[in-house]
Design a protein around this ligand. Structure first.
Ligand code: CAA
Length: 257
């Protein structure tokens, strides 16, 4: 599908490719993302996933307004459910997912970035939940994930005013991990992806699951989840190898199990 480019490898990349519509997400793109994520999930050779937008203007400027304009209630509900499924699938992928935000990340675009584990942003990136200006509210998870990530006060202001913010503010608020010059976005994102790919894939998977628990569980349950996960790792090859390598002062050779 030409609206989505998937480059497969140990570090795989999904590029939303509708630059003329600033990479807006329509049903077809969301369904194609679902299909690609299913393949990624079942391919043990993929260690890190990068998500970005084609062109130099937008990551994703939101859900496709032209497509939503004629939707009635049933289609609207189906569309939000599809979007939620896609964002949930990103969150539930067992590998780290990095959003490389090259430009506008608005509405569904910010919601897509929020479903990723890490965000690297170009100095040109602009974020926001402008749905209020269309007479709607965020529909791919923004009302829940944004306050979790940047706090209720700021999320309320952003969702109620629809105002945009820049990458520097996103970094100060704990949304963005790093801001880089536009021409450094892909090199810096790949550098981070390579660093992650050099770790034990199995330990990373457990770290991601435990970090997810911090967002989805009560603290007591999350702390128990961490204990059980930590304990479980002591049965695994990479824990034995990692500690042995440290004590022998050499690089670990991970088996990813
Ligand atoms: N859906 C469909 N098309 C979009 C789009 C979107 N979300 N965003 C931009 N486009 C299209 C424009 O219609 C325009 O198409 P034409 O050339 O055919 O007219 C093209 O992309 C370029 O956009 P602009 O001419 O508007 O570019 P600009 O530089 O003047 O403005 C912008 C850039 C500020 C990002 C502006 O395009 C804009 O405000 N876009 C809409 C952002 C938005 O409201 N996003 C939220 C969508 S709702 C949502 O996402 C709901 C949800 O949570 C699920």
């Amino acid at each position: 599908m030409e609206d989505l480019i998937f480059e497969s490898g140990a570090i795989s990349t999904i590029t939303i490719n509708r630059p003329k519509a600033l990479n807006a997400l329509n049903r077809a793109v969301l369904e194609e993302i679902t299909r690609v994520l299913r393949d990624v999930r079942h391919d043990a050779s993929v260690r890190v996933l990068i998500v970005t937008g084609a062109g130099d203007r937008a990551f994703v400027a939101g859900a496709d307004i032209a497509a939503m304009a004629d939707m009635e209630i049933v289609e609207g509900l189906e569309f939000t459910r599809l979007g939620h499924r896609v964002m949930h699938t990103f969150e539930e992928l067992p590998i780290p997912v990095i959003a490389a935000v090259n430009g506008f990340a608005l509405g569904g675009g910010l919601e897509l970035a929020l479903a990723c584990d890490l965000i690297i942003a170009s100095e040109k990136a602009r974020f926001g939940q402008p749905e209020i200006n269309l007479g709607i509210i965020p529909g791919f998870g923004g009302t829940q994930r944004l306050p979790h990530r940047i706090g209720h006060a700021r999320a309320r202001e952003l969702i109620m005013t629809g105002e945009m913010f820049d990458a520097k503010s996103g970094c100060e608020w704990g949304l963005v991990n790093k801001v880089v010059a536009p021409d450094q976005l892909i090199p810096e994102t790949r550098k981070l992806a390579e660093k992650l790919a050099s770790k034990s894939g199995f330990a990373l998977r457990q770290a991601k699951a435990a970090l997810r628990a911090a967002a989805t569980m009560e603290e007591d349950a999350g702390l128990r989840f961490e204990q059980n996960t930590f304990g479980g790792l002591f049965a695994c090859a990479d824990k034995r190898e990692g500690m042995k390598a440290f004590l022998e002062k050499r690089e670990a050779k991970w088996q990813h199990k």
